[in-house]
Design a protein around this ligand. Structure first.
Ligand SMILES: Nc1nc2c(ncn2[C@@H]2O[C@H](COP(=O)(O)OP(=O)(O)OP(=O)(O)O)[C@@H](O)[C@H]2O)c(=O)[nH]1
Length: 329
């Protein structure tokens, strides 16, 4: 029997910086040869669109790793990847699973532990939890699942320390240490390279904290994802105003906002990333994901009626909008 491949799990609340950390880790030559499974929340994730598509749901990362978006069954996705590997269609020697920000990571272990065929070919590696230095404390207060994510981790990364005051970073680190004293803790900013060993090394066994009998739990979240679309390029100032008014009115309930936007007078797409009330610096992309040059924004929100947000977006940003439309969003 060939050696079982290690599976590392990257968890952390919506927008904490999971994809950013994974991309930075996978850029390291020691970690090339990974298959990455991105478990998007809802049916309309965009992470995989920002990558180069090679075949159906499988895309190729710049590092040479293969990446696949899981929309349903993790077991089926793992089996499909392993099948393709066995047929020589794709090559990888490790698996990294990025969970959705709203997921408790424990069902991932349970999926592998409970399945004889998967257990035969895969072994659990480390659970790495990313906690955002800006939003982490409030997220831990408000979302039980983020406590469960940090509690399940073998390694915790506090991300975005370049954006938060040092005392807030230290307080968050102390809280996380108290919550999960056995996890290794790393404070990371946008510049410092993360240590490659944060994913499981070739000969390394499973971290001692992992229990094969961890019960599978339902995520039990009450958020939903919906899509905002626009055919024509947007007026940047009008869009910015609409966004800030929306976040002002509903920032606590908008957990995540991300996507690509077409702006009047700007060649190529602009990527927008919002995490609760924080909107990150927009990023100019070279090409449209999927060749589709339309504005597409995914919003993950609690309690808000998606239709109301769509109406205000169309009215305010679309064409002849009014401030009143955004104010009523
Ligand atoms: N300044 C700064 N920005 C960061 C850092 N880590 C992540 N970001 C930004 O935070 C935003 C969200 O990061 P992602 O990596 O997409 O977060 P995620 O957890 O994968 O998000 P979801 O998959 O939607 O849950 C992006 O705009 C990143 O560029 C960091 O250490 N410093």
């Amino acid at each position: 029997m060939s050696a079982r491949l290690p599976v590392d799990v990257i968890t952390g609340f919506l927008g904490a910086g999971k994809t950013t950390l994974l991309r930075r880790l996978l850029a390291r030559p020691e970690l090339a040869g990974a298959a990455v499974l991105v478990n998007e929340f809802g049916e309309i994730g965009l992470d995989h669109l920002l990558l180069e598509r090679i075949d159906g749901d499988v895309v190729l990362l710049k590092s040479g790793c293969v990446c696949c978006t899981v929309r349903g069954d993790l077991k089926a996705a793992l089996e499909a990847l392993l099948g393709r590997r066995a047929r020589g269609e794709i090559a990888f020697d490790r698996v990294a699973i990025e969970t959705t920000g709203l997921a408790d990571p424990t069902p991932v272990f349970a999926t592998i532990a409970a399945d004889a065929a998967l257990k035969h070919r895969l072994r659990m590696g480390a659970v790495v939890c990313v906690v955002d230095a800006l939003n982490g404390a409030a997220t831990l207060d408000a979302h039980d699942v983020s406590l469960r994510q940090a509690a399940a981790a073998d390694r915790i990364v506090v991300s975005k320390t370049d954006l938060a005051p040092p005392e807030a970073c230290s307080a968050l680190a102390a809280r996380l240490r108290a919550l999960n004293p056995v996890a290794e803790l790393l404070l990371l900013d946008a510049e410092t390279p993360p240590p490659a060993l944060w994913l499981t090394g070739a000969g390394e066994g499973p971290p001692s904290r992992w229990r094969a009998d961890t019960p599978a739990a339902e995520p039990g979240h009450d958020a939903r994802a919906f899509l905002l679309e626009a055919e024509a390029p947007l007026d940047w100032a009008r869009f910015g105003l609409w966004l800030s008014m929306l976040l002002n009115a509903h920032g606590d309930d908008i957990l995540r906002l991300k996507g690509v936007v077409a702006i009047e007078g700007v060649a190529g797409p602009v990527a927008i990333q919002g995490v609760q009330r924080v909107v990150h610096a927009p990023e100019h992309l070279e090409a449209w994901p999927d060749g589709d040059a339309r504005t597409r924004l995914v919003v993950i929100a609690r309690t808000i009626d998606p239709e109301r947000v769509r109406r205000s977006f169309r009215a305010f940003v679309g064409r002849a909008g009014t401030n009143a439309a955004a104010a009523s969003a």
